[in-house]
Design a binder for this molecule. Structure first.
Ligand code: F3S
Length: 64
């Protein structure tokens, strides 16, 4: 799994970090993927997909 967060779209609502704190973190007022997270972990994958679908501006893309 690979995660991309469009920094231009992200409005810093922090929904992704509350849905999947193992996968996303805030850096200033933008979200970024947590470094070193096990993206092969099924639970993390599910949460990341949930965040992808929930982001109000569609800034998150989860591949794979
Ligand atoms: Fe940004 Fe969307 Fe997360 S707006 S903070 S990527 S839920």
């Amino acid at each position: 799994m690979k995660i991309a967060i469009n920094q231009n779209l992200c409005i810093g609502c922090a929904l992704c970090t509350s849905l999947a704190e193992e996968v996303f973190e805030m850096k200033g007022d933008k979200a970024q993927p947590v470094k070193g997270t096990d993206l092969t972990n099924k639970k993390n994958y599910k949460k990341a997909k949930e965040a992808e679908q929930s982001c109000p501006v569609g800034a998150i893309k989860v591949f794979g």
